[in-house]
Design a protein around this ligand. Structure first.
Ligand code: SF4
Length: 475
């Protein structure tokens, strides 16, 4: 590093897609000669990668930008970059409200991050938002760009961007655009490259992964390719990714219940590398609310497919998302959600209290909003139901020996390691031998809580294969 090299730090809010975009922005900045720092005080460039799905995202962003104004005033050559969904949605508003921001970029031009930073340095503030994805592999898919990953043993791989659905509570289709699938061969090539670098776990990313390939098939058929009728489908992609030598674990997020097909369950069951974990977003258990949300399935259909998944895939863990207090939700609607959640017996759930996101259909249903106190009380009741099933599922694992992937020392207690089972369950365990992050170990489960398991080290099953030096952690 030379004294003239500039440095950067990236702050990320939101989902895995955003985190993956941040890895790519970091990779592009590094390819342009900048280096990463952890402390913002040492940085020349701060990137804020925003999300508009969470509550109060805009308040939080403009609060942070107010604070960053004084950070920038300390050294005029410092730069502030705002990207992500909120920047895409608010467009020119960011620079109107915070004119000290140097670069505003949207979700369709992540690939331009380094160029825009360099351009703004000489030419002043710039806002560049594209309305649609550009039909270019590097522009479209963040995975096709250079990346700077925090871990070397696992990686996200984007297989699809955008979403063709129109869930009433969701801003994603308007900020990320229509679904576009990444070519099958490109996904496989990236996974092969990752495996060659020692990555052993990949998570396939998309807004609606199980509709992967639908657009590719349509385009191929329009071009007269009859053979394209049956491929590529998500199930085939899972099988092919799972067959890449060196890949021990394949995960994917998120599927949509209405597009879940028997072939996908079969592929999970028959491909040893594909983990026995399904994230299966319920959102609500009342058909009336599911219709208002435009989810495209009924509670009965949801439960039937879930039962089918559990029948086909042995030892399947199931997680979900549920929104409490969607506009118009009555006591009876909520009772239906509690009933479906109890019947589904989830291993874990991300539960949310509804709050309107500007730009969504649900935000216009003001006359039907449920009182906040009612929503809060329902939320607590749902939490009890979900934690009950989670604890029961976790207790059933006591005494089993499970293979875990070591993530590193526990954040709460550095004397124990944190790891994940194939079912994506968090396990804390002490080890008498040093274990590197990215190693696989057999662990006997000794205790259970609703959100984690406790275990006892049995044996090392595989050393990490990645080449980059990472800290050795010992018990
Ligand atoms: S499926 Fe629904 S919730 Fe998921 S990204 Fe698309 S619109 Fe949003």
């Amino acid at each position: 590093m030379t004294s003239t090299e500039r440095s950067y730090v990236v702050h990320t809010y939101g989902c895995q897609m955003n985190e993956h975009d941040s890895e790519r922005i970091a990779g592009l900045l590094e390819a342009d000669g900048l280096h990463a720092v952890t402390d913002q005080a040492d940085a020349d460039v701060v990137v804020v990668n925003t999300c508009c799905i969470r509550e109060n995202a805009d308040n939080r962003l403009y609060g942070n930008l107010g604070w960053l104004k004084s950070w920038k005033a300390e050294r005029p050559d410092r730069q502030i970059v705002v990207g992500g969904c909120l920047a895409q949605k608010d467009r020119d508003m960011v620079q109107t409200k915070a004119p000290w921001v140097d670069v505003v970029l949207g979700t369709h031009n992540v690939h331009r991050a380094a160029e825009l930073v360099a351009h703004a340095r000489t030419s002043g503030p710039i806002t560049e938002i594209f309305d649609e994805a550009v039909m270019d592999e590097h522009a479209l898919f963040p995975s096709a760009l250079p990346a700077r990953r925090d871990t070397s043993y696992n990686a996200w791989v984007t297989i699809q961007i955008g979403c063709d659905n129109s869930c009433a509570f969701c801003i994603v289709p308007s900020v990320r655009g229509a679904e576009i699938s990444r070519p099958f061969a490109d996904v496989i090539a990236e996974v092969e490259q990752l495996a060659a670098n020692g990555v052993s776990e990949v998570t396939l990313l998309g807004q609606n992964v199980n509709s992967y390939g639908r657009d590719l098939q349509l385009a191929a058929r329009r071009a007269g390719d009859a053979a394209a009728r049956v491929r590529p489908m998500f199930s085939e992609l899972l099988t092919a990714v799972g067959a890449v030598p060196g890949i021990r674990r394949v995960r994917f997020t998120s599927p949509h219940p209405k597009d879940m097909r028997p072939e996908t369950f079969a592929a999970i069951a028959s491909t040893p590398a594909v983990c026995e974990h399904l994230h299966y977003p319920l959102q609500a258990g009342s058909d009336r609310i599911l219709t208002a949300m435009h989810r495209g399935y009924t509670a009965r259909r949801y439960l039937e497919r879930l039962a089918e998944a559990r029948r086909v895939i042995p030892d399947l863990a199931v997680s979900t998302d549920i929104i409490v207090g969607f506009p118009g939700e009555t006591d009876d609607d909520f009772a239906a959600t509690l009933e479906v959640a109890a019947t589904a017996a989830f291993d874990s759930a991300y539960t949310f209290q509804f709050s309107p996101r500007p730009g969504t259909e649900a935000a216009t249903m003001g006359e039907c909003f449920v009182a906040r106190a009612v929503v809060a009380e329902r939320f607590e009741r749902l939490k009890i139901v979900v934690e009950r099933s989670a604890l029961a599922k976790h207790r059933a694992r006591i005494g089993r020996v499970e293979e875990v992937l070591v993530e590193g020392p526990s954040k709460r207690d550095a004397s124990v390691l944190t790891a994940r089972t194939r079912q994506n369950k968090l396990v804390h365990f002490a080890t008498p031998v040093p274990l590197r992050t990215g190693a696989y170990a057999a662990v006997e489960i000794t205790a259970a809580a609703p959100h984690h398991l406790t275990g006892r080290f049995v044996e090392l099953t595989a050393e990490p294969l990645h080449k980059r030096r990472i800290p050795v952690v010992a018990g």
